[in-house]
Design a protein. Structure first.
Length: 419
């Protein structure tokens, strides 16, 4: 099994080009199922989750061309007649539940395996199901599958008890082809929602209010093909900026979108980093300084993202002072703590709160990655730990980071992937 080996202690310097966002591209690939013409998607990151989604769309009958060099997908779902998303594909990736809305809207039927349990929490799909029911679908859950049916979906009022990114995405895609108007209240406001809506608009949808808590979708008879470029990945951007801050370096993230990650940039400044934003470039300078520990509370957007919690935990581990991290989105997202402690971190967890006392130094050791962002936090810790850190089970990383070790090497890190 592959692993990553890091010799820590090198301040990072240089430029890194940010890839398209994983969490934007996955729903957008699913949205292509709604179109009765070819959809071209550019700035697609070459990730394991993207390959899994492509396999799922092929299984459903879509014709897919992937130009890896050009980071482009061409999806033609005109002949796609399948409506079953099987366990074998869905179990490896939660985002596969995002075919539910498109299949139901396009074919009047969908059978989607319940996504598998994930290391960060129980992650139910009740809100996805309630949204489909509000649009007139009959839904049953049996034998591990969500089975949904509707002659034609009709507009309705969906009021989420809490914002859910995935359920909002499923609701948006289903409502786009429903008869009549749908109002979604307490919708998620993440930049990936806005990006999905931009893609749906390019396909001829009629949607207002993306990025706000109330979204209004006027259903249309058909959606056509179109082109969309995926928004830059704010979590990848944040991860590289934290790497620069922790190592006392200076890094410019290019092709980034500062306006999608104010909460993260604010925390980096609070930690003592100097930031400069110039168009789509974000430069972080921490040369000659040690970060200060920063308190974090994860919240739905525009609050601090849960997907950056583990990386800031790593930063706090080597920062000056102590900080409290409150995880408010997922009930079990501190799996990285025990591994960071193997590197010498001083962390105490009580429920969904972690207290981190910064230490002068971490020391390299073999560690095990448990989920995607936990893996990222271990890489960050390895970049500053004395000696060698060996990170096992890195397949999680390939789900969400494009060529992370190459990008870090280009910034001067001593990092390699070995078999
Ligand atoms: C592919 C993708 O975009 N993944 C992101 C998406 O996940 P995902 O869309 O799964 O996350 P949600 O926003 O739905 O989850 C938010 C909270 O709602 C709960 N919930 C959700 C759905 C539901 O039917 N019932 C329910 O109780 C979840 O357990 C969680 O506690 O948003 C998360 C929160 O920003 C991110 O961490 C993930 O990286
Ligand atoms: C939790 C994440 O992804 P997913 O929802 O795909 O598991 C993530 O991107 O950090």
């Amino acid at each position: 099994m592959q692993k990553i080996i890091i010799q820590g202690g090198v301040p990072l310097h240089g430029d890194v080009v940010v890839s398209g966002a994983k969490n934007a591209v996955l729903p957008i690939l699913c949205a292509a199922l709604l179109a009765d013409g070819p959809v071209e998607i550019s700035n697609v990151p070459n990730l394991h989750d993207v390959a899994t989604t492509a396999r799922l769309l092929r299984e459903l009958g879509a014709d897919i061309r992937h130009d890896v060099e050009a980071s482009r997908f061409l999806i033609d779902a005109r002949e796609a007649r399948g409506h079953v998303a099987p366990y074998e594909l869905v179990r490896t990736m939660r985002a596969s539940v995002l075919v539910l809305g498109p299949l139901l809207a396009r074919h009047g039927a969908a059978e989607v395996s319940l996504p598998g349990g994930c290391a960060i929490g129980s992650r139910p799909v009740d809100l996805h199901i309630q949204a489909m029911q509000a649009l007139g679908a009959e839904v049953e859950v049996e034998h591990g599958y969500i089975k949904a049916r509707a002659q034609r979906l009709r507009g309705g009022h969906i009021e989420f008890p809490m914002p859910s990114v995935g359920a909002t995405e499923n609701a948006l895609m289903a409502a786009s082809l429903a008869a009549g108007t749908t109002i979604i209240d307490n919708a998620a406001r993440e930049p990936e929602i806005v990006d999905l809506v931009d893609c749906l608009l390019a396909m001829g949808a009629d949607i207002e209010g993306a990025g706000q808590s109330r979204i209004v979708v006027r259903g249309v008879e058909r959606l056509h093909g179109g082109h969309h470029a995926v928004v830059p990945d704010r979590i990848e951007t944040g991860t590289f900026l934290v790497a620069a801050a922790m190592t006392g370096g200076r890094v410019t993230a290019k092709a980034a979108r500062a306006d999608t990650q104010q909460a993260v940039l604010d925390k980096l400044e609070e930690a003592g980093a100097q930031l400069e934003i110039d168009g789509d470039a974000i430069t972080l300078d921490m040369q000659g300084r040690r970060p200060r520990a920063v308190d974090i509370v994860t919240e739905p957007y525009p609050g601090f993202p849960t997907d950056m919690q583990a990386q800031f935990m790593a930063l706090n581990c080597v920062a000056e002072g102590s900080a409290v991290i409150d995880e408010h989105i997922f009930e079990n997202r501190f799996m990285h703590v025990s591994e960071l402690m193997r590197l010498g971190a001083d962390i105490h967890v009580e429920g969904n709160r972690a207290r981190v006392h910064g230490v002068e130094r971490l020391t390299g050791a073999p560690v095990m990655a448990t989920d995607l962002r936990a893996s990222a936090s271990l890489i960050l810790a390895g970049l500053v730990a004395e000696g060698e850190t060996e990170i096992n089970r890195i397949y999680h990383l390939d789900r969400g980071y494009e060529q992370i070790e190459r990008k870090l090497s280009a910034l001067g890190a001593r990092i390699q992937r070995v078999d």
